[in-house]
Design a protein around this ligand. Sequence first.
Ligand code: NAD
Length: 296
Amino acid sequence: MARIGFIGVGNMGGPMVRNLIRAGHSLKVFDLSEEAVNFAVQSGARAASSVRQAAGGVEVVVTMLPVGANVREVFLNDGVLAAAAAGTLLMDASTIDVESAQAVHAAAEEAGFEMLDAPVSGGVPGAEAGTLTFMCGGSAGTFAKAKPILEGMGQNIVHCGGPGMGQVTKICNNMIAGVTTLAVSEALVMGEKLGVDRQILYDVISTSTGRSHIFNNACPMPGPLPCAASSNGFKPGFAAKLMLKDMRLSQAAAQSAATATPLGAVATAAFAMHIENGHGELDSTSIIKLIKPDVS
Ligand code: NAD
């Protein structure tokens, strides 16, 4: 069992820490939020008073932070790379831009560390249940070392390629999710306006060629799926502002690869308008309000 330093114990990191403790590891945690640290301590972790303290004297460091700037800040300058002991295995599970992921990989390698980018899919429920999918970028050898640790937090653990390729896989997935959420919302509003009951639309399309994970399991129209965020005041779930973050990451990546993503571009603009309308804290399926503002 490993000694693990975990930095960033928010909505996702908190339950991930709890599962690592359940798996028998010993955890030291740091977060800028005292409340987040306290939650992790209640699960059995020890509190560290700084990034450096969390990263020192452990065998593995895991980070779960909001954006690329946070990850650069925590690893570079006077952070994890300066404090970790030789041989510490580094993993970043945040969803960040490919450029930041690769910059931190390069700095880690230069400092003599093995590193993996390991963003996740599955959201807070997956983090709580320990069923996350990890999309990993780094060398095959590093992946093999990290896998037993990741198995304490997830079920589907995939080596996607070299440094940054976990992030590439993650944003491809989330660009599809963003585009699909908008497409599904358009169709459901249109169908109802033309006179078909929303439950009938759901029952038919969820078993026809228009079905998808979003349509079937996160239906943006309130009602047909009682467990969906849409049927519960659009309480997240996966917040619209995080979807916009990921859509923007996809567009930055598309630009750097000189590849066309016309639907991704439209969906990114739609989420930007939706957030501008004040709905960033609602679940991402609330994008249906852009099509029908008074949907209920
Ligand atoms: P969160 O805001 O709940 O947690 C992030 C934590 O990082 C916060 O507690 C914050 O205080 C802490 N933090 C920020 N900067 C720090 C620093 N310099 N030092 C120490 N702590 C710092 O966010 P989250 O929902 O847990 O998401 C984390 C990452 O996981 C994001 O990149 C997000 O896109 C990704 N993700 C989230 C979900 C989801 O459903 N929430 C799903 C998949 C992936």
